[in-house]
Write a protein that binds this ligand. Structure first.
Ligand code: TPP
Ligand code: SF4
Length: 284
């Protein structure tokens, strides 16, 4: 095990004992240590929620902003300095609800970011309302008669939008999850890792026992993650068995590779001619 202590931060942590976020935090540290990425070369961006507090507990650059808005901030940061390793940590509500349209834009752009969605199928920070991934019929204090709409399927959505790297991890399989995170960071485009995260306080259905009976790891030898239709089929598998691993991966060229001005180096290092900018503004 590589030394993960360089990423430790002593910010007070108030996650509930047993929260699945601890496993995700450990997997992130392990992946960064394995990949030998120095804290100053990492930027972690988040919005609002329990998942969004993750960067507080890591020694690295971070930006903690508005609910659902992490992806546009991360996109701007990547355009300014595409040499940074940028991880985005969001809850399922934050990403698939409040930030849903930003997710669609990030998928279309194929901007080189690694998005970790802590999917506990509930709004944790605000004490347990339903989120977009809560199952139809899921009972909460705010939905006492059960959720009346269908749960969204974010992995199928991402595939339908042309996503190049789609994976699912589980907070109880830290070694496996850290490998997925490393693969996402190495991927030269947008990577979505949806992580099954246990919320011990507000989701009494999707527990460690629930996942223990269902989660299985895709065999790297048997399952080649390059067939879109097979991948779509896998995203539909849920009731009896739940696959984790890289569900789909294709060759790609990222947004920052597509943009000509970035080929001369990160934007923040480039000089600019104020006269040209004034001319462009007055022409607009
Ligand atoms: C625009 C906006 N709407 C609602 C809220 C209130 N709010 C704060 S956290 C949260 C839910 C967070 O749930 P999720 O993103 O699933 O993350 P978790 O806490 O479960 O990790 C909500 C609704 C807010 N802060 N801003
Ligand atoms: S409420 Fe749920 S998501 Fe939030 S810290 Fe507690 S267990 Fe974790």
């Amino acid at each position: 095990m590589k030394d993960t202590t360089q990423y430790n931060n002593d910010y007070e942590n108030k996650w509930c004992p047993g929260c699945g976020n601890f496993g995700i935090l450990n997997a992130v540290k392990k992946s960064l240590a394995d990949m030998k990425i120095a804290p100053e070369k990492i930027l972690m961006v988040s919005g609002i929620g329990q998942a969004a507090k993750t960067p507080h507990f890591l020694h690295c650059n971070f930006f903690h902003g508005l609910h659902g808005r992490a992806l546009p901030v991360a996109t701007g940061a990547k355009l300014a300095d595409h040499d940074l390793t940028i991880l985005v940590n969001m809850g399922d509500g934050d990403c698939y609800g409040e930030g849903g349209n930003h997710l669609l834009a990030a998928l279309r752009r194929n901007i080189n970011l690694t998005l970790l969605v802590h999917n506990n199928m509930v709004y944790g920070l605000t004490k347990g309302q339903a989120s977009p991934t809560s199952r139809h019929g899921f009972v909460t204090k705010a939905q006492p008669q059960g959720v009346a709409c269908q749960a969204s399927n974010p992995l199928a959505l991402a595939l339908s939008q042309g996503a190049g790297f789609v994976a699912r991890g589980y907070c109880g399989e830290i070694e496996h999850l850290s490998q997925l995170i490393s693969a996402g960071i190495s991927y030269p485009g947008f990577s979505l890792i949806d992580i099954l995260q246990v919320c011990v306080s507000f989701n009494k259905e999707n527990t460690y026992t629930f996942y223990k009976d269902r989660v299985y790891t895709l065999d790297k030898e048997e399952y080649k993650a390059d067939d879109l239709h097979q991948a779509l089929d896998l995203t539909m598998e849920w009731e009896e068995k739940i696959p984790i691993g890289i569900i789909y991966q294709k060759e790609t060229r990222s947004y920052t590779d597509e943009l000509a001005p970035l080929q001369s180096g990160p934007l923040f290092k480039q000089t600019y001619d104020p006269k040209k900018i004034r001319k462009a503004i007055s022409a607009a």
